[in-house]
Write a protein of this length. Sequence first.
Length: 182
Amino acid sequence: MSAITEDIESVLYSEEYIRDTVSALATRINEDYRDREPVFIGILKGSFMFMADLIRKIELNCSVDFMSVSSYGSNTNTTGAVKINKDLSGDIEGKDVIIVEDILDSGLTLSYLINYLQVRKPTSIKICTLLDKPARRKTSVKADYSGIICPDQFIVGYGMDFSEKYRNLPYIAVLKPEAYTK
Ligand code: IMP
Ligand code: MG
């Protein structure tokens, strides 16, 4: 049996740091959306842990939906082509939508999704991302709520994967170089 911790080079953001960041984001959303009933749309798979923690700090009447998307290819580079594996289950016309993402990197996924969702006539669309790598942006997409501005490093954990592994780590970490070639 190989332990997951053997592949970790260092912990970039601890559980406590993530918890405080998520609370601060929820506080801002609670204030900004007072008297409104937003729909939180989690982008799977990466956002499942962030969504679960964020939503329990939201004190508004709200609903939750998910979309599953994947960028073509399973390596660390995104090409920009987005495949929709699971679409929304509810209607968003006339609703205030908050997209919940794990990490905003090139922005290609979100710029595609915003265009895709706009067609369904929501009242508003805002983006809430736990992590933001502005150095890698290839589009004009900006997060309305961003938790952590992070360096241009590939990270895993707290929902984020490398080749579908490491999503279960409760913190955010950098892998040892040899973990990529196992
Ligand atoms: P974008 O389209 O380049 O903005 O990529 C967004 C998606 O790529 C994120 O939602 C993640 O699923 C994935 N991604 C980007 N950077 C990382 C990373 O450092 N680790 C794990 N996944 C990442
Ligand atoms: Mg994602």
